[in-house]
Design a protein around this ligand. Sequence first.
Ligand code: SF4
Length: 275
Amino acid sequence: MSPRTPHTDRADLRADCASCFGLCCVALPFARSADFAADKPAGTPCGNLGGDFRCGIHARLRDSGYTGCTVFDCLGAGQKVSQVTFGGRDWRAEPDSARTMFAVFPVVRQLHELLRYAAEALDLAAARPVHRELRRHHDAIDALTRGDAQALLALDVPALRAEVNVLLLRASELARSGVPGRRRDHRGADLMGARLRGAKLRGASLRGAYLIAADLSGADLREADLIGADLRDADLSGADLTGALFLTQPQLTAARGDGATRIPATLRRPGHWAA
Ligand code: SF4
């Protein structure tokens, strides 16, 4: 299989809340649901956000009905917008810039997501045939994230996403081509609540699959492509996710698991999982 180095875990693609003006807690909307205890429109500060831009209930988000906050990852977009795009000037001190700052944040979040996936593909030795093109796109997007607010708002992000996605697909195929046996294709499949206990899904494509509340306990998901798969409340107890492709921390945190679940080295075991 393709050996991977932990470049995916680069520091600038990790959230640094201490350097951010609480952008995810203001810019983004959420609706009262199983994931959020209250409604909040976009551009309005959450009632739990303190004057220091810290969450007042950070240590008890799940118990307080804010599970949705525990599975969001800005991938470093918050500090990029706060410190680079707006040069450390916060929306409370400069309210005239608030609307623009809140509009820029989701744009940079999407760019950082593309950088995160591209970085992982660049870590895949088997994907070397597409590394040159990937590197070119990666570096170009990296440069775009440092543009000014108006330049960022003018970007055609769906077009950038489509270009990168072609390369990510190819990288995935190359990385999974060495998996022995039949590789299942469940791309975009509706597998909500599916009984997949012990399923042989090594090297499968589960890109964008709906796996909400699926029973994947004991499943073999080694080298499976999980980009964009919805794993909310999926049971990963005892599953093997070693070498899973494009699996993110929010996906893992949204699922259930236990001490026997094997996860990629670049991710951490969620604290709420059973021992
Ligand atoms: S509950 Fe905390 S983390 Fe969630 S949006 Fe509000 S302030 Fe932010």
